[in-house]
Write a new protein. Sequence first.
Length: 420
Amino acid sequence: MVVMYHGVVGLRESIVFFYDFPLITHHEDFSLIFALVSLILFYENIYKYRFDFWEETRRILKALLLSFMIVLAFLMLSRIDTQFSRSFLVFYFVMLALFLPIFKRYVKKMLFSWHYFRKKVKIIGNKEQKESLKEEFKHNWYLGWQFVEKGHEAIFIATKDLPIDTLNAYLNEYMKNTKDLYILPYMAKVNLAEANMVEYFNIRTSAIHIENEILKAHNILLKEIFEKVMMLLILPFFSILHGVIVLLIKKDSKGSTFFRQERLGKENTTFICLKYRTMYENSEEILRDYLAKHPKEVEYYAKYHKYQNDPRITKIGKFLRKSSLDELPQIINVLKGEMSLVGPRPYMLEEVEKLREELSIILLVKPGITGLWQVSGRNHLTFQKRKELDIWYIQNWSLWSDFIILFKTIKVVLNKKGAR
């Protein structure tokens, strides 16, 4: 942050002619702001725990917002004569918000490339959870964890299907000589990071308080406002791209521009979901002949609700599907209030029986153009896994998770990963 401070000051001095910012003549005054930001970052446990990139970024942005509000309130309420420009303070904190997460990412990548800075961790308990955690530690270098069997510095206990007596035995054994102990609970449908712990001292126990944030009226309004703002930013690009895609579809094959299909909406309503047409007009005839020659495709469709090699798809249709641009017209569904930018996938009417008891949960919210399922493997996921991801999203919603999903969707589209 010190480096960033001097870099921003240098940038400020280069643009002072244009913006008439008064120079900061007392660096010792500005160091108080630096100290405040560092203190609140410390309070957010940035320097204590090894969070993943998204959680750490959320905490950094939260700390910077709180720091900015404290500094601004102090300057407005105090009568102390300072050399601070309020305009520059806004500029400084915005620059920190943009560059501090990136700066930390590069520093961590450099540090964790050396084994000395990695923390050795041992994982015990359930095999399934253990393998999942090992894969995460292996591929997510940002955490700086290194899996070992001996010489560990921390312990993760995977508790799925673990008898309480065994868990207590592990705790008794490892708490004697291990400072950092992590209990991995098996509550797959609940994000405990967003839960609150309530202590009942008299009976020496505690309770986990869980709220479904997406069902709160003010959160629904907040999500609507966030998506309306995003729509204003997207619409100009959509209009240009739409015109180009329409011309390509018309040139490639005969037929309409849009594919229309009835889908399930919020509270068990139905709506006409729009996509760009990616198939030939006589698609059913083409598919019938193809399946007669390739019966294994029937089994593949039963599992993934997609064909491995669909003969009905046009040349431009293959590109649109691979890039996920075929779903772009659903922006019209968002404008009509039938869909959201982020949400569960819009299920087909014939999929109702497969949704079973989860149907009432999935239909609590509007379906989305993108969602957790799309940035977690998409067409490589089974129908059951997609359903589980949609339920997890609904039960653990936050505005921050919507932002992450939108950001990851851009990456998925550019990499053409998980789309077919």
